[in-house]
Design a protein around this ligand. Structure first.
Ligand SMILES: CC(C)(COP(=O)(O)OP(=O)(O)OC[C@H]1O[C@@H](n2cnc3c(N)ncnc32)[C@H](O)[C@@H]1OP(=O)(O)O)[C@@H](O)C(=O)NCCC(=O)NCCS
Length: 208
């Protein structure tokens, strides 16, 4: 994994991460059109607990108010230099789950034309390395709706294990009445994959 600090004009630490196919960088206001193009998909957001975006202005507002944090990255497909998804973590204070102070919850989505190419798994591996190696979290959590098994599979491929537990997430804007399945990954877990693995894992390169 390559990491670089940039944008030193900001007070917080802005970090980019990348592997041969994708770059994770922080969101920019210029991304509003691309975000709207993909986040307006009527079926995408509800799978992750948020409503489809209705306008470019709404997408810009999301970039300014929700994505403007050091813990959230745009997933940029290097071949087109376009943001095609979002990945990041929520510290315990913002988590949908009740978790300890040195734990965090991961979250992600990928634009539909890019599903099934292993991109989210690669992006999540980069964030996992950052969470454990840079931020020093001891445990990561993730949750997904049972009718969205692809999301559970992404976490499984990154070494998360099914806790067998479920919970309601009252903070979700969509689906707060549905129980989510809870996955867990400890920093010292034998199932945890390391950075060199994410550099060498092939991405299915069949996107047109
Ligand atoms: C879930 C999501 C992030 C997956 O992104 P992706 O880039 O397609 O994920 P990957 O290609 O890395 O991996 C997907 C895995 O799920 C599997 N999968 C896909 N559909 C599946 C299904 N119905 N049942 C079980 N597994 C499924 C794929 O086969 C793949 O596993 P494999 O590599 O072992 O074959 C993407 O579909 C998405 O953004 N969905 C909408 C938002 C969302 O659900 N966010 C997560 C909220 S918890």
């Amino acid at each position: 994994m390559a990491q670089s600090l940039h944008d030193e004009s900001r007070n917080d630490v802005r970090l980019t991460m990348e592997n041969p196919s994708i770059q994770l960088r922080h969101w920019k206001e210029d991304d509003a059109w691309a975000l709207f193009k993909y986040a307006s998909d009527p079926e995408l957001g509800p799978l992750a607990g948020w409503p489809p975006h209705k306008s470019v202005e709404e997408s810009l507002e999301v970039i300014r108010t929700i994505f403007n944090t050091e813990s959230m990255w745009a997933i940029v497909w290097k071949a087109s230099d376009e943001p095609i998804g979002c990945v990041g973590y929520l510290p315990s204070s913002a988590s949908n789950l009740i978790i300890e102070a040195d734990h965090a919850e991961v979250g992600y989505w990928i634009a539909r034309p890019f599903w099934g190419k292993g991109i989210c798994t690669e992006a999540l591996k980069l964030v996992i390395d950052h969470c454990f190696n840079v931020k020093g979290f001891t445990t990561l959590w993730g949750c997904y709706f049972p009718d969205n098994p692809a999301s559970g599979r992404v976490m499984e491929k990154c070494g998360f294990q099914d806790t067998g537990k479920e919970a309601l997430c009252p903070n979700l804007k969509v689906g707060s009445e549905k129980a989510v399945k809870i996955m867990e990954l400890k920093a010292n877990s034998p199932t945890r994959l390391t950075c060199p693995t994410c550099l060498t894992s092939p991405i299915k390169n069949n996107h047109q």
